[in-house]
Write a protein of this length. Structure first.
Length: 107
């Protein structure tokens, strides 16, 4: 469920980011940033059966450059939404599937 900060809704999961047409920003402590299209990212998590809550989704990402230096997977510092255009676009869900899910979310 969304939370509020300064009177504005703040997404707490990937689905909310996609429904509100926001970009998902995954940031590492080294400064690397990945900007994902919310719809494609939600669809990937849905197909894999992963939970799309931002706290749980951090386990599914890692920084390639930090991982090469450290020799192990380094998880991102935070995941948030932003209004910047996405750089990483994953395959989108079928329109019927997306509308069915949005209707479930509203109801």
């Amino acid at each position: 469920m969304a939370r509020y900060a300064d009177g504005l809704k703040v997404a707490t999961c990937i689905f909310e980011a996609a429904a509100w047409h926001r970009t998902v920003k995954v940031s590492c402590r080294c400064g690397n940033v990945g900007l994902f299209d919310g719809h494609g990212l939600w669809w990937k998590f849905q197909r894999k059966g992963w939970t799309d809550d931002f706290r749980d989704a951090r386990r599914r990402f890692y920084c390639r450059s930090c991982s090469q230096r450290a020799g192990r997977k380094v998880r991102p510092s935070w995941i948030e939404t932003c209004d910047e255009p996405p750089c990483i676009c994953l395959p989108l869900p079928d329109e019927r599937e997306w509308k069915r899910t949005v209707n479930r979310f509203r109801g």
